[in-house]
Design a protein around this ligand. Structure first.
Ligand code: SF4
Length: 319
């Protein structure tokens, strides 16, 4: 018997943090590290999603490695604000900036950033993987931006985890007929699947807005779809604000039932007929073909070969 996990796709933390920031409207990931820490991931995102994602970098060199990267970080934040006027800059640390010990929280707190919010995100890549980086980024966004204030709202917070744009769209298609207010963090359904409409806006439409994130502490409940990618933010909201929290991934009939039950419990909404109808059709299809599928086993290989090669190349560069 042999494990089928060969060369698992375990890549570095900053990539996960970039992925999280692409789902926030008008946000720019700023990698505080050497140029390679942003160039290779950016190219991978561009090619995988076919979207012109942009990542800024503080370009640490030999001098910064010895004397510290404060000057580079301050200059790069100024440049990003002057050129792109973002609503949010996520400063993502790397192996280098964490090892030299730059106090990015202190450096960021000294600045004045006009209308942009600047959030420090710690992602040392010698710990964890891209999944840890995604989780750390969401927790940093929630802890830095969300503010408790009255009145509370009737919204639901959803943390979908490291899924594809189509998965986020599917979640929205389930929630929209229920007539509830919700915010998804991070919402890549449009930002990484943008329609080609000219002229192109400076930032893709869609994504969760900074104003929505500031309201996160006021929501009725939070549901994380993955414990490891978004779960920490849900635990933080539950511990700090006493918010109702659950972790359920709506894959399969019983888990989707549990997910919708949790949504109803937290918001007081009712399951609409359109969802009952879709569920009924699926059960009917399963009954209709059970004589062909019963007892059969299937293996699913999920990683595209093209991407597997690219991931392996990145791993080789750092080994
Ligand atoms: S693993 Fe490589 S690309 Fe990732 S943060 Fe560390 S040095 Fe940069």
């Amino acid at each position: 018997m042999r494990s089928v996990t060969i060369n698992p796709a375990k890549i570095c933390q900053p990539i996960g943090a970039m992925y999280a920031l692409f789902g926030v409207h008008a946000a720019v990931p700023l990698v505080h590290g050497s140029q390679g820490c942003s160039a290779y991931p950016m190219r991978m995102f561009n090619r995988h999603f076919g979207e012109a994602v942009q990542v800024a970098v503080s370009s640490l060199g030999e001098d910064a490695s010895v004397f510290g990267g404060k000057k580079n970080l301050v200059e790069s934040i100024k440049n990003v604000i002057a050129r792109r006027h973002p609503e949010l800059i996520g400063v993502i640390t790397t192996c280098l900036s964490e090892t030299i010990g730059d106090d990015i929280d202190g450096i960021i707190s000294e600045g004045n950033y006009e209308d942009s919010k600047v959030v420090p995100i710690h992602t040392p890549s010698y710990v964890g993987s891209h999944v840890t980086g995604y989780d750390n980024a969401l927790k940093a966004l929630v802890t830095t931006l969300s503010e408790e204030s009255e009145p509370a709202n009737a919204k639901l917070n959803i943390l979908p985890g490291m899924v594809n744009p189509g998965d986020v769209m599917e979640i929205k298609q389930m929630l929209d007929p229920m007539n509830i207010s919700y915010t998804i963090l991070s919402d890549i359904s449009e930002t990484l699947n943008a329609p080609l409409i000219l002229p192109k806006p400076p930032f893709p439409r869609g994504g969760s807005s900074v104003a929505e994130l500031e309201d996160w502490a006021k929501a009725r409940g939070v549901i994380a779809l993955c414990e490891h990618a978004g779960g920490s933010a849900a635990v933080y909201l539950k511990g700090k604000y006493g918010m109702a929290a659950d972790t359920i991934c709506p894959i399969g009939v019983s888990n989707t039932d549990r997910f919708l039950d949790a949504v109803c419990d937290m918001t007081g909404a009712e399951i609409p007929y359109s969802l009952e109808q879709g569920r009924g059709r699926l059960i009917d299809a399963m009954v209709d073909v059970h004589m062909k599928t019963c007892g059969k086993r299937a293996a699913i290989f999920c990683l595209e070969i093209r991407n597997a090669r690219r991931l392996l190349r990145m791993r080789t560069l750092h080994s």
